[in-house]
Design a protein around this ligand. Structure first.
Ligand code: C2O
Ligand code: CU
Length: 463
């Protein structure tokens, strides 16, 4: 695969190197992007075409790559996309991690009506933070994300340091049978535990893809776990790497990567120092469960640029979460299993089971008459979400529309990370400070989609 091909898939930055084009094709101009959800076939497992794949493409491009496009916007600059639903079922678009208006949050009933087949919806917003985010439907999500609807959304900051190359990796599995076709998306007994794992593991919809980057250069590797179930334990083998951002939020001082746990919904930005010699590779590996598994490779090309990780400056910071802990209202949030009666079916995809609950209430699924919010938060006030996981499973809890700051954990000292998705480990108690700075109804849910769709969902209201 040539550098240019890799850049078409993954994006590449220029740094005075003429052969590395700056990829801005999907950078929103004044005109809204035309973003379509559609069905297609795609070769996923390297054996045969899989039918019934769902993807996004820009503006009816019949030659579009199977992989949903990487969308780009700029911090503080308006972004607009006209979403057209060319599926045969309702959908919406949620912009995960972006602190934008409630009206464009993409949650059926809570923030907008379904977008029915053949209909469209105009999304327009100005991203307040730079970083690595993503977009996906919030409707029948196990099916729709499981079949492919998940793309990376990059918000650029002109003040970010420039790297020699940039590679975007969208990590996920597919539930395919031996004939390369989709099999049932979940098993109830797994949904009641860790979630149901896929059978084919991919990065950018390819098995162990390899991307070329300048030897001895610095690569910004943007990693998204869009899988509905799998929690990754990521290691870089054959190269040193710094963690530059977690869940889109820059770390104040980049830290050397040993192993990073990245759960569904989460992102990790690395700066990788490419091997010195042309042809050498570095491998991103998922070392969980126990057998090392290569996720993707980076291959050095050209003469060494002789860069050093020591030269990497921190990314430009986003606005801090100004939590006022002296006047914070505690909000208990107990994550538990439940044996309550099954959720009613809805067109937007209840799985027909309740296995999980927040504060003992399993979410009833999409409904035009939802339950009351968990808490009504006053605009501008700080809240302390006291999450307690009383289950033997890990839950990546995601909140829409606002960020939180990690205050403390029963597992030991924490760094004050700012994020939108926190992986609550079994039996962990964690305190997350949330400043109620964005009015509206915001869902909060586990991003293991089977957990989300079988009860581990609720919402908060900011007024
Ligand atoms: Cu990534 Cu409620 O979503
Ligand atoms: Cu969960």
């Amino acid at each position: 695969r040539t550098l240019l091909k890799a850049s078409a898939v993954a994006g590449a930055y220029a740094s005075g190197m003429a052969f590395l084009p700056r990829l801005t094709s999907a950078l929103a101009a004044a005109d809204p992007l035309k973003l379509e959800a559609y069905r297609r076939s795609a070769e996923i497992d390297g054996k045969a075409a899989t039918e019934g794949v769902m993807s996004y493409r820009l503006g009816g491009d019949d030659t579009a790559d199977a992989l949903p496009p990487v969308l780009r916007a700029r911090r503080g600059k308006p972004f607009a996309a006209r979403f057209d639903n060319r599926l045969d079922e309702p959908s919406t678009v949620h912009w995960h991690g972006l602190r934008i208006d409630n009206a464009v949050d993409g949650v059926p009933f809570l923030t907008q009506p379904y977008v029915y087949p053949g209909d469209g919806f105009d999304y327009a917003f100005t991203p307040p933070d730079a970083g690595t985010f993503w977009y996906h439907p919030h409707c029948n999500t196990l099916e729709q994300i499981g079949r492919g609807l998940a793309g990376m959304f990059i918000v650029e900051d002109p003040d970010d340091p420039v790297f020699d190359a940039e590679v975007a990796l969208n990590l996920r599995d597919w539930r395919l049978g031996g004939n390369s076709q989709f099999i049932e998306q979940f098993k109830a007994r797994d949904a009641a535990k860790t979630g149901t794992f896929g059978t084919v593991r991919t990065a950018n919809w390819q098995i162990e893809p390899s991307y070329d980057a300048p030897a001895g250069g610095l690569v910004r590797l943007r990693i998204l776990v869009s899988d509905v179930t799998r929690i990754y334990n990521l290691k870089m083998v054959g190269a040193e790497a710094l963690i530059a951002a977690i869940d889109g939020q820059p770390v104040p001082r980049p830290i050397l990567l040993d192993m990073a746990v990245v759960a569904p919904g989460q992102r990790l930005d690395l700066v990788v120092r490419m091997p010195e010699t042309e042809g050498e590779t570095a491998a991103l590996e998922d070392i969980r469960p126990s057998t090392p598994k290569v996720v993707a490779r980076l291959r050095s090309v050209g003469p060494s640029l002789k860069r050093s990780l020591g030269d990497v400056a921190p990314l430009a910071p986003n606005a801090p979460v100004e939590a006022d802990l002296s006047d914070a209202t505690p909000v208990p949030l107990v994550l538990s299993a439940t044996a309550e009666e099954a959720a009613k079916d809805s067109i937007c995809g209840s799985l027909g089971y309740s296995f999980w609950a927040i504060n003992k209430v399993p979410y009833p699924g999409d409904s035009s008459d939802p339950m009351a919010p968990l808490v009504e938060m006053k605009l501008g006030k700080t809240y302390l979400f006291n999450l307690e996981n009383v289950t033997p499973h890990a839950h990546p809890i995601h909140i829409h529309g606002m960020n939180f700051k990690v205050i403390s954990s029963s597992r030991g000292p924490v760094s004050p990370l700012v994020s939108d998705t926190y992986l609550v480990l079994p039996d962990e108690k964690v305190q997350l400070a949330v400043v109620a700075d964005n009015p509206g109804d915001w869902v909060l849910h586990c991003h293991i989609i089977e957990h989300q769709k079988t009860g581990m969902t609720s919402y908060v209201r900011v007024v």
